[in-house]
Ligand binder design. Structure first.
Ligand code: NAP
Length: 303
Protein backbone atom coordinates (compact mmCIF):
# COMPACT_ATOMS: atom_id res chain seq x y z
CA UNK A 1 0.00 0.00 0.00
CA UNK A 2 1.23 3.50 -0.82
CA UNK A 3 2.80 5.40 2.08
CA UNK A 4 0.99 8.56 3.15
CA UNK A 5 3.16 11.67 3.11
CA UNK A 6 2.64 15.36 3.88
CA UNK A 7 4.46 18.20 2.13
CA UNK A 8 5.22 21.26 4.25
CA UNK A 9 5.90 24.64 2.60
CA UNK A 10 4.06 24.78 -0.72
CA UNK A 11 6.30 27.16 -2.62
CA UNK A 12 8.53 27.03 -5.67
CA UNK A 13 10.30 23.70 -5.16
CA UNK A 14 7.23 21.90 -3.81
CA UNK A 15 5.30 22.88 -6.95
CA UNK A 16 8.16 22.43 -9.44
CA UNK A 17 9.43 19.06 -8.19
CA UNK A 18 7.96 17.44 -5.06
CA UNK A 19 4.29 17.35 -6.10
CA UNK A 20 4.99 15.95 -9.62
CA UNK A 21 7.51 13.41 -8.28
CA UNK A 22 5.06 12.10 -5.68
CA UNK A 23 2.15 12.03 -8.16
CA UNK A 24 4.19 9.80 -10.50
CA UNK A 25 5.34 7.33 -7.82
CA UNK A 26 2.89 4.56 -6.80
CA UNK A 27 4.85 4.01 -3.56
CA UNK A 28 3.61 7.40 -2.30
CA UNK A 29 0.26 8.99 -1.52
CA UNK A 30 0.41 12.78 -1.08
CA UNK A 31 -2.20 12.94 1.67
CA UNK A 32 -1.72 16.44 3.11
CA UNK A 33 -0.09 19.82 2.65
CA UNK A 34 0.86 22.28 5.36
CA UNK A 35 1.42 25.84 4.22
CA UNK A 36 0.28 29.25 5.37
CA UNK A 37 -1.04 30.04 1.88
CA UNK A 38 -0.18 27.24 -0.58
CA UNK A 39 -2.22 24.12 -1.40
CA UNK A 40 -2.12 21.23 -3.90
CA UNK A 41 -5.12 20.28 -6.06
CA UNK A 42 -7.24 17.57 -4.46
CA UNK A 43 -5.05 17.27 -1.36
CA UNK A 44 -6.24 18.09 2.17
CA UNK A 45 -4.56 21.27 3.39
CA UNK A 46 -3.59 22.52 6.84
CA UNK A 47 -1.99 25.83 7.78
CA UNK A 48 -0.44 24.55 11.02
CA UNK A 49 1.86 21.54 11.28
CA UNK A 50 1.00 20.72 14.91
CA UNK A 51 -2.67 20.55 14.00
CA UNK A 52 -2.00 18.33 11.00
CA UNK A 53 0.12 15.94 13.09
CA UNK A 54 -2.69 15.69 15.64
CA UNK A 55 -5.48 15.36 13.06
CA UNK A 56 -3.83 12.84 10.71
CA UNK A 57 -1.99 10.12 12.65
CA UNK A 58 -2.08 7.89 9.56
CA UNK A 59 0.43 10.16 7.79
CA UNK A 60 3.80 8.75 8.75
CA UNK A 61 6.21 10.79 6.61
CA UNK A 62 6.74 14.56 6.49
CA UNK A 63 8.73 16.21 3.69
CA UNK A 64 9.85 19.74 4.50
CA UNK A 65 10.12 22.07 1.48
CA UNK A 66 10.55 25.24 3.51
CA UNK A 67 13.52 27.60 3.34
CA UNK A 68 16.25 26.59 5.82
CA UNK A 69 15.55 29.28 8.43
CA UNK A 70 12.19 27.98 9.76
CA UNK A 71 12.93 24.32 9.05
CA UNK A 72 14.34 23.17 12.42
CA UNK A 73 11.19 23.87 14.43
CA UNK A 74 9.06 22.00 11.88
CA UNK A 75 11.45 19.02 11.78
CA UNK A 76 11.64 18.86 15.56
CA UNK A 77 7.84 18.88 15.89
CA UNK A 78 7.45 16.12 13.28
CA UNK A 79 10.10 13.88 14.85
CA UNK A 80 8.69 14.37 18.35
CA UNK A 81 5.33 13.28 16.91
CA UNK A 82 7.00 10.05 15.75
CA UNK A 83 7.06 10.90 12.04
CA UNK A 84 9.82 10.16 9.55
CA UNK A 85 11.28 13.34 8.02
CA UNK A 86 12.80 14.44 4.70
CA UNK A 87 14.69 17.72 4.62
CA UNK A 88 15.20 19.87 1.51
CA UNK A 89 18.76 21.06 1.02
CA UNK A 90 20.53 22.66 2.84
CA UNK A 91 19.33 20.51 5.76
CA UNK A 92 19.27 23.47 8.16
CA UNK A 93 20.54 26.96 8.72
CA UNK A 94 23.36 25.74 11.01
CA UNK A 95 25.33 22.54 11.50
CA UNK A 96 24.45 22.27 15.19
CA UNK A 97 20.72 22.23 14.56
CA UNK A 98 21.10 19.34 12.11
CA UNK A 99 23.20 17.43 14.64
CA UNK A 100 20.38 18.00 17.12
CA UNK A 101 17.85 16.60 14.62
CA UNK A 102 20.03 13.53 14.03
CA UNK A 103 20.14 12.82 17.76
CA UNK A 104 16.40 13.40 18.09
CA UNK A 105 15.58 11.10 15.16
CA UNK A 106 17.74 8.38 16.72
CA UNK A 107 16.02 8.84 20.09
CA UNK A 108 12.56 8.60 18.52
CA UNK A 109 13.50 5.72 16.23
CA UNK A 110 12.47 7.51 13.03
CA UNK A 111 14.19 8.00 9.67
CA UNK A 112 15.79 11.37 8.93
CA UNK A 113 16.86 11.97 5.32
CA UNK A 114 18.84 15.11 4.51
CA UNK A 115 18.38 15.23 0.74
CA UNK A 116 20.92 16.51 -1.78
CA UNK A 117 18.99 16.55 -5.04
CA UNK A 118 22.03 17.33 -7.20
CA UNK A 119 23.69 14.09 -6.09
CA UNK A 120 20.88 12.30 -7.92
CA UNK A 121 21.72 13.97 -11.25
CA UNK A 122 22.17 11.48 -14.09
CA UNK A 123 25.97 11.59 -14.46
CA UNK A 124 27.04 11.88 -10.80
CA UNK A 125 27.24 8.13 -10.10
CA UNK A 126 29.21 7.43 -13.33
CA UNK A 127 31.55 10.33 -12.46
CA UNK A 128 32.18 8.91 -8.98
CA UNK A 129 32.86 5.48 -10.47
CA UNK A 130 35.31 6.88 -13.04
CA UNK A 131 37.21 8.92 -10.43
CA UNK A 132 37.47 6.08 -7.90
CA UNK A 133 41.10 5.27 -7.21
CA UNK A 134 42.43 8.00 -9.56
CA UNK A 135 45.01 10.62 -8.54
CA UNK A 136 43.48 14.10 -8.68
CA UNK A 137 45.77 16.75 -10.18
CA UNK A 138 43.32 19.65 -9.82
CA UNK A 139 39.61 20.40 -9.89
CA UNK A 140 37.60 23.52 -10.69
CA UNK A 141 33.94 24.13 -9.89
CA UNK A 142 32.15 26.91 -11.82
CA UNK A 143 28.57 27.61 -10.71
CA UNK A 144 27.22 30.82 -12.24
CA UNK A 145 23.51 31.53 -12.42
CA UNK A 146 20.98 34.33 -12.31
CA UNK A 147 19.40 34.70 -8.86
CA UNK A 148 16.53 36.72 -10.32
CA UNK A 149 15.60 33.80 -12.58
CA UNK A 150 15.83 30.98 -9.99
CA UNK A 151 14.79 32.78 -6.80
CA UNK A 152 12.47 35.57 -7.95
CA UNK A 153 11.63 37.80 -5.00
CA UNK A 154 12.88 35.26 -2.42
CA UNK A 155 14.39 37.63 0.13
CA UNK A 156 15.11 34.73 2.53
CA UNK A 157 18.19 33.80 0.47
CA UNK A 158 19.78 37.11 1.44
CA UNK A 159 18.70 36.95 5.09
CA UNK A 160 20.89 35.34 7.81
CA UNK A 161 20.71 31.57 7.47
CA UNK A 162 19.71 31.81 3.79
CA UNK A 163 23.32 31.24 2.66
CA UNK A 164 23.18 33.55 -0.36
CA UNK A 165 25.04 32.15 -3.36
CA UNK A 166 25.76 29.01 -1.32
CA UNK A 167 22.11 28.06 -1.78
CA UNK A 168 23.00 26.91 -5.34
CA UNK A 169 26.71 26.53 -4.50
CA UNK A 170 25.95 23.83 -1.95
CA UNK A 171 24.52 21.77 -4.82
CA UNK A 172 27.94 21.88 -6.48
CA UNK A 173 29.58 21.00 -3.16
CA UNK A 174 27.18 18.08 -2.72
CA UNK A 175 28.37 16.70 -6.07
CA UNK A 176 32.04 17.47 -5.40
CA UNK A 177 31.98 15.70 -2.05
CA UNK A 178 30.25 12.71 -3.67
CA UNK A 179 32.65 12.24 -6.59
CA UNK A 180 36.14 13.03 -5.29
CA UNK A 181 37.94 9.85 -4.21
CA UNK A 182 39.31 11.57 -1.06
CA UNK A 183 38.02 14.51 0.99
CA UNK A 184 39.39 18.05 0.63
CA UNK A 185 39.10 20.98 3.03
CA UNK A 186 38.84 24.70 2.48
CA UNK A 187 41.94 26.84 2.96
CA UNK A 188 40.74 30.30 1.80
CA UNK A 189 37.60 32.09 0.67
CA UNK A 190 36.64 35.49 -0.70
CA UNK A 191 32.96 36.33 -0.30
CA UNK A 192 31.28 39.23 -2.11
CA UNK A 193 28.31 40.79 -0.30
CA UNK A 194 25.84 43.31 -1.76
CA UNK A 195 26.05 46.42 0.43
CA UNK A 196 22.40 46.01 1.49
CA UNK A 197 22.39 42.23 2.15
CA UNK A 198 23.53 39.77 4.85
CA UNK A 199 24.66 36.86 2.66
CA UNK A 200 27.11 36.70 -0.27
CA UNK A 201 26.16 37.00 -3.93
CA UNK A 202 29.49 35.55 -5.10
CA UNK A 203 32.26 33.38 -3.64
CA UNK A 204 35.74 32.28 -4.66
CA UNK A 205 36.93 29.24 -2.71
CA UNK A 206 40.28 27.47 -2.45
CA UNK A 207 40.51 23.93 -1.09
CA UNK A 208 43.37 21.60 -0.35
CA UNK A 209 44.53 19.38 -3.23
CA UNK A 210 44.43 22.12 -5.91
CA UNK A 211 40.65 22.29 -5.86
CA UNK A 212 38.94 25.65 -6.45
CA UNK A 213 35.36 26.83 -6.80
CA UNK A 214 33.74 29.95 -8.14
CA UNK A 215 30.07 30.71 -7.43
CA UNK A 216 28.31 33.77 -8.83
CA UNK A 217 24.64 34.70 -8.75
CA UNK A 218 24.91 37.58 -11.22
CA UNK A 219 25.17 35.63 -14.47
CA UNK A 220 22.53 36.56 -17.01
CA UNK A 221 22.11 34.65 -20.30
CA UNK A 222 23.50 31.10 -20.46
CA UNK A 223 23.94 29.53 -17.04
CA UNK A 224 27.00 27.51 -16.00
CA UNK A 225 27.02 24.52 -13.65
CA UNK A 226 30.31 22.74 -14.38
CA UNK A 227 32.82 20.65 -12.43
CA UNK A 228 36.11 19.82 -14.14
CA UNK A 229 38.49 17.32 -12.58
CA UNK A 230 41.95 16.70 -14.03
CA UNK A 231 43.43 13.36 -13.02
CA UNK A 232 46.70 11.61 -13.79
CA UNK A 233 44.66 9.49 -16.25
CA UNK A 234 42.62 12.14 -18.05
CA UNK A 235 40.05 14.89 -17.52
CA UNK A 236 36.46 14.59 -16.38
CA UNK A 237 33.90 17.31 -17.03
CA UNK A 238 30.45 17.26 -15.44
CA UNK A 239 28.17 19.78 -17.13
CA UNK A 240 24.71 21.19 -16.51
CA UNK A 241 24.59 20.39 -12.81
CA UNK A 242 25.62 16.76 -13.28
CA UNK A 243 23.37 15.85 -16.20
CA UNK A 244 26.19 15.33 -18.71
CA UNK A 245 29.56 13.60 -18.37
CA UNK A 246 32.49 14.20 -20.72
CA UNK A 247 35.73 12.26 -20.46
CA UNK A 248 38.73 13.80 -22.23
CA UNK A 249 36.32 16.04 -24.15
CA UNK A 250 34.01 13.25 -25.35
CA UNK A 251 30.42 13.04 -24.18
CA UNK A 252 29.96 9.61 -22.59
CA UNK A 253 26.54 9.93 -20.96
CA UNK A 254 23.69 12.37 -20.53
CA UNK A 255 20.23 11.92 -19.18
CA UNK A 256 16.99 13.57 -18.19
CA UNK A 257 16.52 15.25 -14.81
CA UNK A 258 15.10 12.57 -12.48
CA UNK A 259 16.57 14.00 -9.26
CA UNK A 260 13.38 14.28 -7.19
CA UNK A 261 11.90 10.89 -8.21
CA UNK A 262 15.27 9.43 -7.16
CA UNK A 263 15.12 11.21 -3.78
CA UNK A 264 11.69 9.74 -3.04
CA UNK A 265 12.87 6.28 -4.15
CA UNK A 266 15.81 6.66 -1.76
CA UNK A 267 13.41 7.65 1.06
CA UNK A 268 11.37 4.50 0.37
CA UNK A 269 14.57 2.47 0.58
CA UNK A 270 15.63 4.12 3.86
CA UNK A 271 12.20 3.48 5.40
CA UNK A 272 12.28 -0.16 4.31
CA UNK A 273 15.68 -0.54 5.96
CA UNK A 274 14.85 1.54 9.04
CA UNK A 275 17.85 3.80 8.37
CA UNK A 276 18.66 7.52 8.26
CA UNK A 277 20.90 9.34 5.76
CA UNK A 278 22.39 12.65 6.87
CA UNK A 279 25.68 13.66 5.24
CA UNK A 280 26.78 17.12 6.31
CA UNK A 281 29.98 17.28 4.21
CA UNK A 282 28.63 19.90 1.73
CA UNK A 283 27.39 22.10 4.58
CA UNK A 284 30.72 21.87 6.45
CA UNK A 285 32.36 23.54 3.42
CA UNK A 286 29.78 26.35 3.48
CA UNK A 287 30.29 26.89 7.20
CA UNK A 288 34.06 26.94 6.64
CA UNK A 289 33.68 29.49 3.83
CA UNK A 290 31.69 31.72 6.15
CA UNK A 291 34.38 31.24 8.84
CA UNK A 292 37.39 31.80 6.57
CA UNK A 293 35.87 34.25 4.13
CA UNK A 294 37.46 37.59 3.36
CA UNK A 295 34.59 40.06 2.91
CA UNK A 296 34.28 42.20 -0.22
CA UNK A 297 31.36 44.64 -0.55
CA UNK A 298 29.70 45.29 -3.91
CA UNK A 299 26.67 47.17 -5.29
CA UNK A 300 23.36 46.86 -3.44
CA UNK A 301 21.10 44.10 -4.81
CA UNK A 302 17.38 44.48 -5.53
CA UNK A 303 15.17 41.84 -7.17
P1 NAP B 1 10.00 29.44 -1.30
O1 NAP B 1 9.12 29.18 -2.47
O2 NAP B 1 10.44 30.83 -1.06
O3 NAP B 1 9.38 28.91 0.05
C1 NAP B 1 8.74 27.68 0.18
C2 NAP B 1 7.52 27.83 1.08
O4 NAP B 1 7.95 27.85 2.44
C3 NAP B 1 6.75 29.12 0.88
O5 NAP B 1 5.83 28.98 -0.15
C4 NAP B 1 6.14 29.36 2.23
O6 NAP B 1 4.86 28.80 2.20
C5 NAP B 1 7.01 28.62 3.20
N1 NAP B 1 7.76 29.55 4.05
C6 NAP B 1 8.62 30.52 3.64
N2 NAP B 1 9.13 31.17 4.69
C7 NAP B 1 8.56 30.63 5.78
C8 NAP B 1 8.67 30.89 7.17
N3 NAP B 1 9.48 31.83 7.64
N4 NAP B 1 7.95 30.12 8.00
C9 NAP B 1 7.15 29.15 7.53
N5 NAP B 1 6.99 28.87 6.23
C10 NAP B 1 7.70 29.60 5.36
O7 NAP B 1 11.33 28.55 -1.40
P2 NAP B 1 11.74 27.39 -2.41
O8 NAP B 1 12.39 27.98 -3.61
O9 NAP B 1 10.63 26.45 -2.62
O10 NAP B 1 12.92 26.72 -1.55
C11 NAP B 1 12.65 25.94 -0.40
C12 NAP B 1 13.84 25.04 -0.15
O11 NAP B 1 14.03 24.23 -1.31
C13 NAP B 1 15.15 25.80 0.06
O12 NAP B 1 15.91 25.19 1.06
C14 NAP B 1 15.85 25.69 -1.29
O13 NAP B 1 17.26 25.68 -1.16
C15 NAP B 1 15.36 24.34 -1.77
N6 NAP B 1 15.38 24.23 -3.23
C16 NAP B 1 14.87 25.22 -4.02
C17 NAP B 1 14.96 25.13 -5.40
C18 NAP B 1 14.41 26.20 -6.30
O14 NAP B 1 14.49 26.06 -7.53
N7 NAP B 1 13.83 27.27 -5.80
C19 NAP B 1 15.57 24.02 -5.98
C20 NAP B 1 16.03 22.98 -5.14
C21 NAP B 1 15.94 23.11 -3.78
P3 NAP B 1 3.63 29.53 2.97
O15 NAP B 1 3.92 30.99 3.00
O16 NAP B 1 2.43 29.17 2.17
O17 NAP B 1 3.63 28.89 4.32
Amino acid sequence: MARKIALVGIGKIARDQHIPALAADPEWDLAATVSRSGTADGVAGWTDLGQMLADAPEIGVISLCLPPQPRFAYAEAAIRAGRHVMLEKPPGQSLAEVHALMALADAFGVTLFATWHSRMAHAVAPARAWLAGKRIVRAQVTWREDVRKWHPGQDWVFEPGGMGVFDPGINALSILTAILPAPVHMTAATLTYPANRDTPIAAALTFSGHVTAEFDWRQEGPQTWDIEVETADGTLLLRDGGERLLLNGTLVTEGPNREYPALYARMTDLLNRGQSDVDLAPMVHVADALTLGKRVVTDPFHF
